[in-house]
Design a protein around this ligand. Structure first.
Ligand code: SAH
Length: 270
């Protein structure tokens, strides 16, 4: 391979890079993410970041779990932002490593705003979001001619623990053939009922995809009406996605990763 590092921007001391680590498979890291892992002085990572990716951090860098203080978890967003600002002011190259993409249900916007308000230089490095990685590794095209020309990402878990109430469920159900729900597990029953009430057929095909793009990926084919029973039966655990729509059926023909894993029992990256 050609040496591409010359074309990558320097990681300036005193700056923060908000970097997406992708959904799991280290092979899905961007070149910018990999460059940042080499040059960072401090890496502050979220619980969702795959352990194999943490092994790629420069051994000289300090590696810290976000929101942990004295071993106790306290995932307070303002604390994390304050810590990013403080480290940058010490002149460190601060890498904030987040699962998937920092701007997709990752609170990257809040951290970027805090940095902007504090006058700290920052860079955003997008990552493969769980929906895009998960669909690809489950063999479901996000859009497919003749099946769906629109796709929606939404969350199944609002701040108060319920379904989000700023979603126009009827509009969504009518307007978007393919729905990909992040954080669906805690509210799966309410979520599937709400989609049926809003007009989706109870027998509409759906998939639960857990631990997408990792050797433990588990894909369960189900329907809106059956998903709660099937999730319990198959022991689906977070992190997981719930995908609803006619395009889901393509999984049967395009399930390449399961076949690949079966042939490579140890898994790993591509
Ligand atoms: N910023 C992340 C999302 C963080 S919210 C991104 O862009 O992907 C956390 C949710 O993401 C989880 O509850 C789950 O719904 C989803 N998720 C993250 N990693 C996943 C994975 N490997 N497999 C399935 N879902 C995943």
């Amino acid at each position: 391979m050609n040496d591409v590092s010359l074309t990558l921007p320097p990681f300036q001391a005193g700056s923060v890079w908000l970097v997406g680590a992708g959904p799991g498979d280290p092979g899905l890291l961007t070149l910018l993410a990999s460059h940042a892992l080499q040059f960072a002085d401090v890496v502050i990572y979220d619980a969702l970041v795959d352990r194999r990716i943490l092994k790629l951090v420069n051994p000289k860098a300090a590696l810290e779990a976000a929101g942990k203080r004295g071993g106790r978890p306290s995932a307070k967003q303002p604390d994390i932002s304050k810590s990013l600002i403080a480290r940058a002011r010490e002149g460190k190259r601060v890498l904030r490593l987040k699962g998937g993409d920092p701007f997709v249900f990752g609170r990257g916007g809040e951290e970027a705003l805090a940095l902007a308000q504090a006058g700290i230089p920052f860079r955003l490095v997008p990552g493969v979001t769980a929906a895009i990685g998960g669909l690809a590794y489950a063999g479901v095209p996000a859009t497919h001619r003749g099946t769906n020309s629109a796709v929606t990402f939404l969350t199944g878990h609002a701040d108060d623990g319920g379904l989000p109430d700023d979603v126009d469920w009827e509009g969504l159900v009518k307007g978007s053939p393919l729905l990909i729900v992040y954080m669906p597990i805690g509210n799966l029953e309410r979520l599937s009922q709400r989609l049926i009430e809003a007009g989706r057929p109870a027998d509409e095909p759906a998939l639960l995809i857990s631990k997408a793009t990792t050797p433990d990926q588990n894909v369960v084919a189900t329907t809106l009406a059956q998903c709660v029973t099937d999730a319990a039966k198959s022991g689906i655990v977070p992190p997981a996605l719930f995908v609803v729509g006619p395009g889901v059926a393509l999984h049967e023909q395009l399930d390449w990763y399961r076949a690949w894993l079966a042939g490579n029992e140890k898994g790993g990256s591509t």
